[in-house]
Design a protein around this ligand. Structure first.
Ligand code: ADP
Ligand code: ADP
Length: 225
């Protein structure tokens, strides 16, 4: 599980938008941090910079104290889950979940790890179907399974519940909390939904217009007069 430190990190796209402006946050190993804020405030950009999908324009990102620009994205051991699931349509769910394992070690039989991962998510029964044959909630469980099958050192989630209906959202929210606690994995979770942020985060980092406005525990927020 990784420590993630951002020190006055900025992102300027092209010659224009300063999407993230001097963002500083230290995330402890195993901590669950939520980035909360309205659409366009820079949450995804922060997540993508942590993952190495986006270069940092200014400032410094440290992973376990090491400068991230020295750690190639593939060696960061980070898994991402997106709003649109992004599953491979022509692979069975079993092959989707096992894909990162096969990439990492093509010769190793991934069956046992895929099945153990599926059990954690309660989706053992749908492994030999295709993503198109699943409900939205099942698809997001497969996407999470693919993300954690390799036991990532950090788990990055970008609005993973936004495409699900309210009932499923609540249900999966509880599963995400349990799963990340069981795995003890550092998690950064992006959402615009305050209730979701408060129920999931050890700490909630509120962003607005590219700027980190405040960081607090849900308990501190509810204690406000
Ligand atoms: P959020 O995740 O909070 O919705 P984003 O990080 O996606 O916000 O976007 C922050 C700002 O950066 C927005 O103004 C957005 O339009 C802009 N932006 C995001 N990605 C790009 C890009 N690839 N090129 C140019 N501008 C971008
Ligand atoms: P120099 O040592 O040449 O003064 P740096 O190595 O500090 O410059 O930074 C070179 C470029 O890489 C800068 O644009 C800087 O913002 C960016 N950068 C610095 N630290 C990191 C990091 N940890 N991850 C990604 N980019 C970084």
């Amino acid at each position: 599980s990784r420590a993630i430190s951002l020190h006055r990190v900025s992102k300027v796209y092209g010659r224009g938008t300063r999407a993230v402006d001097r963002f500083s946050l230290d995330i402890a190993p195993g901590e669950f941090v939520v980035l909360l804020g309205p659409s366009g405030c820079g949450k995804s950009t922060v997540l993508r910079m942590i993952a190495g999908l986006e270069d940092i324009s200014e400032g410094e990102l440290l992973l376990d104290g090491e400068r991230a620009n020295l750690v190639p994205p593939r060696e960061r051991g980070m898994a991402m889950v997106f709003q649109n699931f992004a599953l491979y349509p022509r692979m069975t769910n079993r092959d989707n979940i096992g894909f990162p394992l096969r990439l990492e070690n093509p010769r190793e039989d991934s069956t046992a790890r895929v099945e153990a991962t599926a059990r954690m998510l309660g989706i053992e029964g749908i492994l030999d179907r295709y993503p198109s044959q699943l409900s939205g909630g099942e698809r997001q469980r497969v996407a999470m399974g693919r993300a954690i099958s390799r036991r990532p050192s950090a788990f990055l989630m970008d609005e993973p519940l936004s495409n699900l209906d309210a009932k499923l959202r609540n249900h999966l929210r509880a599963e995400i909390a349990r799963l990340t606690a069981d795995l003890g994995v550092t998690t950064v979770y992006v959402t615009h939904d305050q209730a979701e942020a408060m129920s999931l985060g050890d700490r909630v980092a509120v962003m607005r217009g590219g700027v980190l406005q405040q960081v607090s525990t849900p308990r501190e927020v509810y204690a406000l007069p």
